[in-house]
Write a protein that binds this ligand. Structure first.
Ligand code: 26W
Length: 819
């Protein structure tokens, strides 16, 4: 066990006293009557006291040293439970387990009392959480800025197989023990109103925003604890509250109730996380969330900068601001507004600062996910910002004219303003024009950003478009979630691999070692048993851990093709029942996925999987060879059980659609073999692993594009492939919905008559064939063990520590500051 400053300071009697104090004074309980939830809360508060102290010390040191910092702006941080992970980072896991044991409590059980802070939807939010962990682990000065949603991502349950959403009150009644309110950091945020022209004392013509209303932004800090060091960085989450009295005019007019009612509305701004993933809805409240987030964050960055005695002109020297997708784009006109209207800088001086401060990460190429906001809506809510956006575009159009004289086509294409019945602001274009670096999240994705999404921008701004391949934190995604594997790795390569993941390459030489293979597979078996126990206890389904555990966990989306997986399952079902020569290794197919509440086809796919599971799991004719388990309410804490238990990882998106994926990395690190398309980071995983240690299938990006250009006809595949036909036709019968034929037909209809937009049918045959190969290879357990070990050993590139070093060296120009 590596020791750090905090470990050496651990004073067990004092810690126990702190827990008891919180139990009695903070939570009004006694040791005799307290529930284990109260004990968990009291323990959490006692630990948070330690990390809050270190947070303040870190803040102080960084301000004194005038260290350059990154500000990571994201509408989502899908951090997952903090207690277990922070204990590991603090080096206190064993000490605290012992202390709690002495007080009569099992640490593992207490940790189960924590609700997941689900402040994100999926990949983008989880990446932000891994990045904060890696920034702190490597001591790159950083602040994470997000929103303090009252309700996180909805909780999912199934009622008769259909998804039902319920609110997620993640803080509980007692509040979250790790968060600390920072009243002195509160900000006032303006909205609506108009812009007025005036002449200042020097006789210059100026403009200023006269807001229609204001709300208050309250800061909550969560500690991001550096692994094995003393640095703690804030994840600063803004909560919107009404200003009291909220609407002065109305209050003075005697409209007391009306004024209070508006106060209720202000409370709505950070009420709930929008549950869309890769789909833009353009709702006004969402724009208000985005602006509220940006206004508070920019004001706080400037407070820190100016408060430490720095000049505004030096902002881009000391601070960089990373925009996590376009969701915080409005921060750009906000900073410009402050520099021009409040600091009285000229346009060029303001632009010189702003355009050297911001960088932007693109996370998706899907057209429906690229954000646009109507000019009318921005002009109403943020009139001064709309003026500034027009000015940015005006100047940008001059550059376009200079580069491509008289070419209106290219102007129309590149303009920040999209002309049409209602003019729209293209947030991605605004980002590319206004930042010093733009990056995609995997090599292939970044190439497609350059080639297909922004080719002209790449000409206009050579070098601006870059790549930083995503990664995942080895602390949460190996050390914490897979203790068996962690012990094995430490034994072979030493115990500093969690912060130097390159070290796991040392496992490669044990891949052929039969004794090691046995131990590695024994760990896998234990992890499969842990998952099987969870399923039995929570879903009442009994599973055999000798079966192949085949897992697809990610948001439900057509491009991720859960329905391709489903068609494969139907084909197995069909063959088991109709082909006496067919045999297969027993397999359990696991799914975990939430569908956006308004995404009808995604919900139909969930319903279909559940119905098919119901039938398959109870059909004795299948001889237990086939099971289907749809884990409800998939979230980070369940991911921690699922990744370590997988034999096969499903990464089967249509080539060109999945920007990177990060679940793919978690699976492989934990020794699952991937079946995947040449998409996102799968491509780079194949490079690292070698073709023998990953199962690649399906059309390539260029083949997908070509097929679609030529006119893709799904019926061609349907008529040519009897197995595919059998699988699809099962969806029209009442096989899985007895007495109600056609309940699953929407999926078949979408694929055949809806044009199959994600080429499920085109990839089906190769997918089935590749699964047959997996089946055959699994039978040779030594062979499988070797490949699984190599997956762990050869994946070190995909540590988010490496991603963060890439950002720090190539984009942010950031140096670590050791505390
Ligand atoms: C405005 C609606 C909306 C909401 C979320 C549009 C787009 C998003 C995200 C950008 C979607 C997302 O999470 N993208 C995922 O980002 C991961 C981290 O980079 C990648 O690994 C995934 O491939 C990508 O789908």
């Amino acid at each position: 066990m590596s020791k750090n400053g905090q470990t050496q300071q651990f004073d067990k009697p004092a810690f126990k006293a702190a827990v008891e104090k919180h139990l009695t004074t903070t939570y009004a309980n006694t040791a005799e009557t307290a529930t284990s939830r109260s004990w968990y809360l009291a323990m959490g508060r006692a630990l948070a006291e330690i990390s809050t102290g270190n947070l303040l010390e870190t803040e102080k040191k960084l301000a004194e040293e005038k260290a350059r910092s990154v500000n990571y702006l994201s509408l989502e941080f899908l951090i997952g439970r903090l207690t277990g992970n922070n204990l590991i980072s603090m080096g206190l896991y064993e000490d605290v387990a012992a202390a709690m044991e002495e007080m009569g409590h099992n640490l593992t059980d207490l940790l189960e009392e924590e609700r997941d802070p689900a402040l994100g939807n999926g990949g983008l939010g989880r990446l932000a959480a891994c990045f904060m962990d890696s920034l702190a682990a490597q001591e790159y000065p950083a602040v994470g800025y997000g929103l303090h949603y009252e309700y996180g991502l909805f909780r999912q349950s199934f009622v008769e197989g259909r998804q039902v959403e319920a609110p997620d009150a993640w803080r509980g009644l007692e509040g979250y023990p790790w968060e600390v309110i920072r009243p002195e950091l509160a900000q006032t945020v303006s909205l609506y109103g108009h812009v007025e022209a005036y002449t200042d004392e020097n006789g210059s013509a100026c403009r200023r925003w006269v807001p229609g209303m204001t709300v208050e932004g309250v800061a909550w800090d969560l500690p991001i604890v550096g692994y094995d060091n003393k640095s703690v960085y804030p994840l600063r989450l803004w909560e919107c509250r009404s200003n009291a009295p909220f609407n002065l005019a109305r209050f003075n007019d005697g409209d007391y109730v009306g004024a209070q009612y508006s106060a209720l509305e202000a409370g709505n701004v950070t009420k709930v996380l929008y549950p869309n993933d890769n789909h833009d809805q353009g709702k006004a409240l969402r724009l208000m969330q985005q602006y509220f987030h940006c206004a508070c964050s920019i004001a706080d960055i400037l407070r820190r900068h100016i408060g430490a005695g720095n000049k505004i002109e030096d902002l881009s020297k000391l601070e960089t601001i990373q925009l996590n997708d376009t969701h915080p784009t409005i921060a750009i006109p906000e900073l410009m507004r402050i520099l021009i209207d409040e600091y009285k800088l000229g346009w060029d001086a303001a632009w010189a600062i702003s355009s050297k401060t911001f960088a932007y990460t693109n996370h998706t190429l899907l057209p429906e996910a690229l954000e646009t906001w109507s000019e009318a809506l921005i002009a109403q809510m943020l009139p001064r910002h709309m003026e500034i956006i027009f000015e940015i575009n005006h100047r940008f159009m001059k550059l376009v004219e200079k580069t491509w004289p008289g070419n209106n086509e290219v102007k129309r294409k590149l303009s920040i303003i999209e002309e049409g019945p209602q003019r729209m602001v293209r947030m991605a274009n605004l980002c590319v024009v206004s930042t010093y670096a733009v990056n995609g999240v995997a090599a292939l994705h970044s190439e497609l950003v350059k080639r297909d999404l922004f080719p002209e921008f790449n000409e206009l701004y050579p070098g601006r478009l870059q790549n930083v391949t995503n990664g995942v934190t080895p602390r949460r995604w190996i050390k914490y979630c897979n203790p068996g594997l962690s012990a094995l790795i430490s034994e072979k390569v030493g115990n500093d691999w969690p912060k130097k993941l390159e070290k796991i390459a040392g496992l490669e030489k044990f891949a052929e070692d039969e004794a090691f293979q046995k131990r590695y597979m024994a760990v896998k078996k234990e992890n499969k048993q842990r998952l099987a126990d969870w399923v039995e206890e929570n879903m009442g389904i009994e599973l055999d851990t000798n079966a192949i555990f085949d897992i697809q966990i990610k948001r439900l989306h057509e491009y991720k093709r859960q329905h391709l997986n489903l068609l494969h399952i139907l084909s197995l079902y069909h063959r088991l029942l109709n082909d006496s020569t067919f045999d297969m290794q027993p397999r359990v197919f696991f799914f975990g996925a939430k569908a956006a509440p308004g995404y009808a086809l995604a919900k139909d796919i969930i319903f279909a999987i559940n119905k098919i599971a119901e039938k398959v799991n109870n059909d004795s004719r299948l001889g237990g060879k086939l099971k289907v388990v749809f884990i409800p309410d998939y979230r980070v804490s369940l991911a921690e059980i699922l990744f370590p238990a997988a034999d096969v990882s499903e990464q089967i998106s249509t080539a060109g659609k999945e920007a990177s994926g990060t679940g793919n990395m978690k699976f492989a690190l934990n020794g699952a073999l991937t079946i995947g398309t040449m998409d996102g980071a799968n491509v780079e995983m194949r490079e690292e692993l070698g073709d023998d240690n990953i199962f690649i299938f399906g059309l390539l990006v260029d083949e997908v594009q070509k097929l679609q250009e030529e006119g893709y006809d799904p019926y061609r595949y349907y008529h040519a492939d009897s197995l595919l036909r059998a699988a699809l036709d099962l969806l029209e019968t009442d096989e899985f919905t007895p007495g109600y034929p056609g309940q699953l037909a929407a999926i078949r209809h979408n694929l055949l008559d809806g044009g199959d937009p994600y080429l499920v049918l085109a990839d089906f045959a190769d997918y089935v064939k590749t699964h047959e190969k997996i089946d055959a290879e699994y039978r040779d357990q030594k062979n499988w063990a070797r490949k699984a070990i190599l997956n762990t050993a050869l994946m070190s590139k995909f540590s988010s520590d490496r991603s963060i070093r890439d950002y720090a060296n190539n984009i942010w120009k950031l140096e670590p500051v050791n505390r």
